[in-house]
Write a new protein. Structure first.
Length: 209
């Protein structure tokens, strides 16, 4: 009960992206994105019945959701020889951060739009809540901590990942605001968030490892 599943196209694309990340990055790169999938499944289960009653529970995911979450990590894997591994880790932190924010934020009362500060219904793109913001930062920190043994990160790099992932999630929210006004969609918002997180990590020291 309460976990999302992938349809056939989504599963096929997930396998292709996973194989690509493994081939070009190695087992540590693959393990980190698998950690994201496991965390996503568990955070989706939280408040399953309440989410169903609110109409914000998403059960089946397709190829577009897989692509929007996996394309930037794959790109950062391909570029690892140039930018180092931190942008890749930050991209995973960003999509995890956004996932935590969206899944937990619906229980934080009425969210507000990021620019207008108007109260909106839970689940609307471009909005934030106190609980969702806190969950977003937690999600980013979890990825940063779990990446320590996989990439031999130091404290400074953990802080970079934590901050970059959180900023990436906020960028996703900003993109979501424009998404609600016809500019882009959920997929483009996810891509923007992951890309911004990667860039921030690189600028803050992504090539030092």
């Amino acid at each position: 009960m309460g976990a999302f599943t992938l349809d056939r196209k989504g599963l096929a694309l997930a396998i292709v992206l996973g194989l690509g990340i493994y081939y070009f990055g190695g087992m540590n790169y693959l393990l980190l994105i698998l950690i994201f999938l496991i965390l996503s499944t568990h955070i989706t289960r939280i408040g399953y019945y309440e989410k169903r009653s609110m109409g914000v529970y998403e059960y089946e995911r397709s190829w577009n959701n897989v692509l929007s979450n996996g394309i930037v990590p794959l790109l950062m894997t391909l570029l690892k020889g140039v930018v180092g591994p931190l942008p890749y880790i930050a991209s995973i932190a960003s999509i995890t951060s956004d996932k935590f924010a969206s899944e937990a934020g619906v229980f934080g009362g009425k969210p507000i739009e990021i620019f207008t500060f108007k109260e909106v219904n839970p689940g609307k793109s471009g909005a934030i809540s106190l609980l969702g913001t806190f969950a977003s930062f937690v999600g980013s920190i979890i990825i940063a901590i779990l990446a320590i043994p996989l990439f031999h990160l130091n404290v400074f790099q953990v802080l970079i990942i934590s901050l970059s992932g959180f900023i990436g999630s906020m960028a996703d929210t900003v993109a979501g605001y424009f998404e609600e006004r016809g500019l882009g969609n959920k997929s483009t918002s996810n891509i923007v968030g992951a890309l911004v997180g990667s860039i921030i990590a690189y600028l803050l020291g992504g090539s030092i490892l």
